[in-house]
Ligand binder design. Structure first.
Ligand SMILES: *Cc1c(COP(=O)(O)O)cnc(C)c1O
Length: 358
């Protein structure tokens, strides 16, 4: 059996480890960039009433037209552009990669960055090129432009803001990359609710630009719903590799309901942005760490002398789960990432963190 496995499974898949998500148990969960708030009780009741009418025996609308139009409207997708939905933006990344994957074709992204770009390149048999960021996590434009020229990537992913560093890349740098690339450039705006800036309106300026969003970080991570906006010319092709009914009926109905109450999520995002500032100020007052400015709903920090894995484990014994990035190495060695939680959760984190580190 072991030899059959070795024969059948591609070596690059055998070399991977499965995407690991720790079981939070009863821990305060500040590891996964989730919105800490749920729906208010009255809205939750009305949502449940909406769900009661959903015909579970029928397939969902395969194109999810009502939801697509509502999302296009809410996210201010330009009129000349189309919207394609994915089971999370992860699935959209996979669809784009599947549509362009050919021997020798490459995906390029700055590093450190979102790990799924590289993982999905591997899944579909594409080469992946990671280009290191500068020390301050800005784009190393010399290196980026050289790599684009050398590798001619079919797809470039730029997370805006970037995960796990939290910063926004310079918009004129992104513009230069779009102009220098013959391939597609995907600006991944997963953290748009906390960044308050976007390339969405600029889709009409560039033939090779696509903008990706998700409802995950705004408070609907459980629905698994992402969207890609861009010219119909591109999206019509990506739509061909989409599995039918990829957006299930409960997600379609729930997301439509949520968008009718978008102000609730916007108010939550506002509180999270304020709490991000509070956390940043508290952490900045500490001498033993470097805190990086963030335009997302998380904060990256680097420990000067304490050991990140030890601090991570101690926080866990005190009931708090964050993300330990130490094993990623390189620029992330001895780094921790904290998702912004409720005021109470953030205070608990600061109290525990100070008792361990300072
Ligand atoms: C979280 C995240 C996503 C994933 O979004 P889903 O819609 O939940 O799949 C995409 N891009 C970046 C940069 C992220 O951090």
């Amino acid at each position: 059996m072991a030899t059959l496995m070795s024969e059948l499974i591609r070596p690059e898949i055998k070399a991977l480890s499965a995407y690991h998500v720790p079981d939070p148990g009863k821990l305060i969960k500040l590891d996964a960039m989730e919105n800490p708030y749920t729906l208010p009780d009255d809205l939750r009741q009305r949502w449940l009433e909406t769900l009661a009418d959903v015909p579970l025996n029928r397939y969902p609308d395969p194109a999810a037209n009502a939801l697509r139009h509502k999302l296009a409207d809410y996210m201010q997708v330009p009129a000349s552009c189309e919207v394609l939905l994915g089971n999370g933006s992860d699935e959209l990344i996979q669809m784009m990669a599947m549509a362009v994957a050919q021997p020798g074709k490459k995906i390029l992204a700055p590093e450190p960055g979102f790990v799924m770009y590289k993982m999905i390149a591997t899944f579909v048999g594409m080469d992946y090129v990671g280009v290191p960021l500068c020390e301050d996590f800005s784009l190393d434009m010399e290196a980026m432009l050289a790599a684009i020229k050398q590798h001619e990537p079919a797809l470039i992913f730029l997370a805006y803001p970037n995960n796990p560093t939290g910063n926004l890349f310079d918009a004129t740098d992104i513009e230069s990359i779009i102009r220098a690339s013959r391939g597609l450039v995907v600006v991944d705006e997963a953290y748009h609710p906390f960044a308050c800036t976007s390339f969405m309106s600029r889709l009409v300026e560039f033939d090779n630009l696509l903008v990706m969003r998700t409802v995950s970080k705004m408070g609907l991570a459980g629905l698994r719903l992402g969207l890609l906006a861009g010219a119909p010319r591109w999206l019509n092709e990506f739509d061909k590799v989409r599995l039918p009914y990829n957006i299930n009926v409960l997600t379609q109905v729930s997301a439509l309901f949520a968008l009718e109450h978008a102000n609730v999520f916007e108010q939550q995002a506002e509180i999270i942005r304020q709490q991000r500032q509070w956390l940043y100020d508290e952490l900045s007052a500490m001498n033993s760490i470097t805190v990086y400015p963030s335009r997302a709903n998380f904060i990256l920090l680097k420990l000067h002398s304490a050991d990140a894995t030890e601090v991570f484990n101690q926080l866990k014994t005190q009931g708090i789960l964050i993300k330990n990035l130490n094993s990623a190495g390189g620029m992330l060695s001895n780094c921790l990432r904290i998702t912004v939680g409720t005021p109470q959760e953030n205070q608990s984190f600061i109290r525990a963190f100070c008792s361990i580190v300072d």
